[in-house]
Design a protein around this ligand. Sequence first.
Ligand code: HEC
Length: 135
Amino acid sequence: MRHTAKLIIGVSALVISMAGLVYSPDASAAGKAPDKKTCKAKPTDTVTQGGCIVINRKKGNCMACHQIAGTTANGNIATNLSYMRQRYGKNKKRLYDQVYDATKFNKNSAMPPFGRHAILSKKEVEKVVEFLLTL
Ligand code: HEC
């Protein structure tokens, strides 16, 4: 009886982990910016949508100034957007505020106040933050 229980637990654990392999989360942009093709296909997950806003020249165009994994047009006006989860994982609000209105922290910031100037909506800033936190 105990053996059977163990076997059932073992098999279920295996099935669950295998399902995890096949059914990986649909955040295809996690870790690096998505490519244009992915964005054209209108991704439905927040992370990829955020990545698409980041690389869209009419939206974030963040790579004009920052280096971002997955993009080639690496700007060197500002920081490399890496280790974001380590740096902001515990302070999402700080990251949101930075993107929403960089002048909050540096009144002479060269970074456009994306939210305050309505270049991006609040929802879009939130999505950008979700993407950044995978970097
Ligand atoms: C015109 C150039 C420019 C653009 C475009 C730009 N930034 Fe910035 N960014 C800066 C500068 C300059 C700083 C340095 C801090 C400051 O002066 O405000 C900065 C700082 C940051 C920081 C804080 C520093 C760090 O590495 O943690 C983050 C996060 C950031 N930017 C994210 C973004 C995102 C996301 C976008 C696109 C939605 C973006 N930036 C677009 C110029 C830019």
